[in-house]
Design a protein around this ligand. Structure first.
Ligand code: CMP
Length: 139
């Protein structure tokens, strides 16, 4: 087990539905602490930069349009094995395949509008955390 930090985003669909509190409460209940958090409206350039690895995919335009359709909450979660544990709590990318009780099963409507994002590896976590936060903003 290793102490890790990972980036989490509560996406515009979950913010619009009033699920910020439910999602943060779930992370805390599962032992993932909030090391930093900010509500913000992503610009097109910010969303494109964040998802740059998907820029050649057919759904990229749709993804950027959705992620800029309203405010998001960007957070750094911290805890033992936080990267994998966050992904387990989120469930499969497509809510149709997500396990019962996962955030995407509970709160997501489709693969495109899937309530939450979580870093998928230590390298992604490092890049994604640095994309949104300075070290001084985390504790
Ligand atoms: P996320 O974990 O934020 O990382 C990339 C996102 O691309 C993913 O969640 C999905 O929301 C989105 N995505 C993946 N596949 C599709 C798809 N077929 N159509 C629309 N969006 C998708």
């Amino acid at each position: 087990m290793s102490r890790e930090r990972t980036l989490s985003i509560i996406k515009p669909d979950a913010v619009r539905a009033g699920n910020i509190g439910n999602i943060i409460a779930r992370f805390e209940r599962e032992g993932l602490a909030i090391a930093g958090a900010r509500k913000c409206q992503l610009s097109q350039a910010e969303a494109e930069g964040f998802y740059a690895e998907h820029s050649a995919r057919g759904f990229f335009g749709e993804l950027v349009a959705f992620m800029t359709s309203g405010p998001v909450v960007v957070m750094v979660l911290e805890g033992d094995d936080a990267i994998v544990r966050n992904r387990t709590i989120m469930g499969a990318t497509n809510p149709a395949n997500a396990a019962e009780g996962t955030l995407r099963k509970l709160y997501a409507a489709s693969v495109g509008e899937n309530a939450v994002h979580g870093s998928d590896s230590p390298a992604s976590a490092a890049r994604e955390i640095a994309y949104f936060f300075r070290a001084i903003e985390l504790s």
